[in-house]
Design a protein around this ligand. Structure first.
Ligand SMILES: [Zn+2]
Length: 266
């Protein structure tokens, strides 16, 4: 298992890129300056399932310069109701390679690095050491804890997302600024069970995650930092839950960046 390192920052937007992104460059919050920031960004997408299909697609389409995909699975027929980056002909293929092919056909200006591998403490730091943001598109607590630890160690934002049935939730954890994953979900067990998911729910949640990533890259202020966004597709209601740091949190208690948060909020 090996992965490429990011070669260089691309500073110039070509005429083709200016045309491709023209409908977002005309947004004052973005402009050419913001588009260059998007191009210079490196995003790790952890898992390319229902959530990762969508966040990877939108981030590649928006012009993120470098996307690293990590997933260990192969495409199964039962994935296709929600993992819309895969088509029927992809059944049996490695997810990361199938997804990479689609993303590069979508946007040849986006470099996609595909890693077929497991996300564990001893691999994750290598996978995301040169990334600016971790997008969580995993489906289990154990892997999320690994992502959280990597986020705290490297001091990079971790955009959490989770779906179950007709419901989904997301928030953005920023070391030194917000609580971490463990502060909020410390009571959850790591048991992995098969859950049902209706496809539009990861569509909604991962779209918000992609938007969060873009806004963080642009340096926009109002994000989901410190706010847990919860969407119920049963009664079509959105809830926002304020989240607070757990001062005894085993994950971020000893993190220097998390301590900065405590001091700021004393
Ligand atoms: Zn914590």
């Amino acid at each position: 298992m090996k992965h490429n390192t990011r070669e260089h920052l691309h500073n110039i937007l070509s005429q083709n890129e200016l045309r491709r992104y023209s409908r977002q460059i005309i947004i004052p919050y973005i402009s050419k300056k913001g588009q260059k920031k998007i191009k210079d960004a490196c995003v790790l997408i952890a898992g390319v399932g229902g959530l990762g299909s969508i966040s990877a697609y939108y981030l590649a389409a928006a012009g993120i310069g470098y996307i690293r995909l990590v997933d260990k699975d192969f495409v199964g027929e039962e994935n296709l109701n929600r993992q819309i980056i895969y088509w029927t002909k992809d059944i049996g293929k490695r997810k990361v390679y199938s997804a990479k092919k689609k993303l590069q056909e979508l946007n040849p200006y986006c470099t996609v690095d595909a890693i077929q591998g497991e996300i564990m403490d001893d691999t994750i730091l290598k996978f995301c050491s040169d990334c600016h943001i971790i997008v969580d598109a995993t489906d289990n607590i154990k892997t999320r804890r690994v992502l959280n630890r990597a986020s705290l160690t490297l001091g990079i934002p971790y955009i959490f997302g989770g779906v179950d049935g007709f419901n989904g939730m997301t928030t953005t954890f920023v070391p030194g600024e917000t609580p971490c994953f463990e502060c909020i979900f410390s009571g959850l067990s790591g048991n992995k069970k098969t859950i049902g998911v209706i496809g539009p729910i990861p569509g909604i949640i991962a779209s918000i995650q992609a938007l969060e990533a873009i806004k963080l890259i642009l340096g926009m202020e109002c994000t989901l930092k410190g706010r847990l966004f919860f969407f119920s597709g049963i009664d079509m209601k959105i809830k926002e839950i304020g989240i607070e740091k757990n001062l005894d949190c085993p994950a971020c208690r000893s993190s220097k960046r998390a301590k900065a948060y405590e001091e700021k909020n004393d």
